[in-house]
Design a protein around this ligand. Structure first.
Ligand SMILES: CC(C)(COP(=O)(O)OP(=O)(O)OC[C@H]1O[C@@H](n2cnc3c(N)ncnc32)[C@H](O)[C@@H]1OP(=O)(O)O)[C@@H](O)C(=O)NCCC(=O)NCCS
Length: 176
């Protein structure tokens, strides 16, 4: 067992040197005034104006994040997820695109991945898990919820599986 010096100056005892890739920001389309707290792993995604991306967030290819949305630390936003404007994605929120529909992971077979759409003004509590669903505008999702079905009614949802706690009034259009 030897001592290997890895790319960032760390050293560790290993039998075989692992292939180590640094987390990074690659091929991201940013809007104006986006704030990102490193370390993050962001690639081939679109992040619109005035968004906040906290530390330890991963956002993968094809994801779109609408303007003024906040993504708090430790969240994972996977391919085929679209998030609207003015959303709040809490800490450690996990999105899922692979339902293991055929008894296990799709192992990169994108035909078996499913999309998620989060409309505008949605707030998702910490540690929630979002399976491939459509979440209507203005919904609030409780901490630790597991969302397994479309949320078609604007309301507060919580639990595993997430259930409607109470409906919310429709948002008023801003007066002229
Ligand atoms: C879901 C949530 C929005 C509900 O708030 P609320 O409408 O004020 O609801 P209440 O506190 O009155 O609780 C209503 C019921 O739901 C339950 N409940 C509340 N939050 C829950 C949650 N996250 N998961 C499961 N049940 C929950 C309560 O225990 C209560 O049950 P009971 O009627 O049997 O006593 C809130 O509890 C929550 O989880 N917020 C997320 C906050 C967050 O993660 N912020 C991140 C930044 S720090």
């Amino acid at each position: 067992m030897g001592t290997a010096a890895l790319r960032h100056g760390y050293s560790c005892k290993v039998r075989n040197s692992p292939h180590v890739s640094a987390s990074r920001i690659r091929d991201v389309t940013f809007g104006r005034d986006v704030r990102v707290i490193e370390p993050v792993n962001l690639y081939e995604c679109t992040i619109a104006d005035d968004c906040f991306i906290g530390p330890f967030v991963e956002i993968t290819e094809g994801v779109s994040i609408g303007a003024r949305t906040r993504i708090q630390s430790h969240s994972f936003i996977c391919t085929l997820v679209t998030i609207g404007e003015d959303c709040f994605i809490g800490h450690g929120v996990m999105f899922i695109n692979d339902l293991f529909e055929e008894g296990g992971p799709a192992r990169g077979d994108r035909a078996r991945w499913r999309p998620t759409v989060v409309a505008d003004h949605v707030s998702i509590g910490s540690n929630a898990t979002i399976l491939p669903v459509h979440i209507s505008a203005g919904c609030v999702i409780g901490a630790g919820a597991v969302v397994t079905r479309d949320l078609g009614v604007r309301g507060v949802y919580a639990g595993n599986p997430a259930r409607l706690l109470r409906p919310l009034p429709d948002r008023q259009a801003p007066s002229a």
